[in-house]
Design a protein around this ligand. Structure first.
Ligand code: NAD
Length: 264
């Protein structure tokens, strides 16, 4: 039985994760961490059967009592969670978004005694969207990524949009084709053309009523291709989170994204 602790246990994603772990027969929810509800009962906060008291900080956990930490918090918090787990030799599954390449390089060096899986999107359909976009990239001259999220999201563009754009750009560079040059000479409102990852435009929309959605639009002579993914509920991320938790012990060091778990 794998023993799991959840950081950000009172958050939108953390609560969903607690309920999924609680419902899985092969996993045990042994701890929750969230300073906003420190000292309260996890059973009450996350509506789970596991009645433990919520800790206020990751370093209050006993490393000997946890096999995997799942983290859905905020960027600055998540960095400290990953550092602590690496030092304690605990496997880590991370959904928090916004890491840069310096973070990733540090985690690669740190995770020697335990493993980490960091995925900007745990929805299986989103993993497929990125892979299909990569396949399409060499055959089109223009590409734009448009992500749509709920109005409380703190980082922009989303981790999924960044990963998608980077993978499309890498696929383009690996082919013998090139993007068209952006024709824009005058941006009437700054940011109207979004950001750029190589030759790929990236746009973020923040909207009440949405969860997590993305379109990748490719264009070439007389045709466009749109690949769209919608997470219409946060439970869409849970099969991917459970997959990562069940396999993190077999994946040495740092793994980015779910592709290796799904396609190996
Ligand atoms: P949220 O704000 O609802 O939850 C974050 C929680 O972290 C809060 O309850 C907060 O109190 C808690 N927290 C703050 N400091 C903490 C600390 N020191 N230790 C432990 N917990 C702490 O946010 P959310 O909507 O649940 O999103 C969390 C993250 O997950 C974001 O980065 C978001 O982009 C990402 N996300 C990823 C995926 C994915 O598939 N990878 C999907 C959805 C959201």
């Amino acid at each position: 039985m794998m023993r799991v602790a959840v950081t950000g246990a009172a958050g939108r994603m953390g609560g969903e994760v607690c309920r999924s772990i609680d419902a899985a027969a092969d996993l045990t929810l042994v701890a929750g961490v969230d300073p906003s509800v420190e000292g309260e009962s996890l059973a009450h906060i996350a509506n789970v059967s596991s009645d433990v008291t919520i800790a206020g900080s990751i370093d209050q956990l006993d490393p000997a009592s946890v096999d995997v930490v799942i983290d859905f918090t905020h960027l600055a918090v998540s960095r400290t969670v990953l550092d602590w787990c690496a030092a304690a030799g605990i496997h880590t599954v991370v959904g928090t978004t916004g890491f840069d390449s310096t973070d990733i390089e540090r985690f690669r060096l740190e995770f020697t005694d335990s493993n980490a899986i960091i995925a900007p999107n745990f929805a299986i359909g989103a993993v497929m969207m990125m892979r299909m976009a990569e396949l399409a990239a060499p055959f089109f001259e223009t590409a734009e990524v448009i992500e749509f999220h709920h109005n409380a999201k703190r980082d922009a563009p989303s981790g999924t949009a960044m990963m998608t754009a980077q993978r499309i750009q890498a696929a383009k560079e690996a082919s013998d084709s090139e993007w068209d040059v952006d024709p824009t000479e005058h941006e009437v409102v700054a940011g109207a053309r979004g950001g750029k990852v190589g030759g790929v435009g990236v746009h973020g929309v923040r909207m009440h009523g949405m969860v997590a959605h993305q379109e990748v639009i490719f264009g070439t002579t007389g045709e466009t291709l749109t690949i769209r993914h919608d997470s219409i509920h946060r439970d869409s991320f849970m099969p991917g989170v459970l997959l990562a938790v069940r396999h993190v012990a077999e994946r040495p060091g740092l793994t980015i994204g779910l592709d290796d778990l799904l396609f190996d």
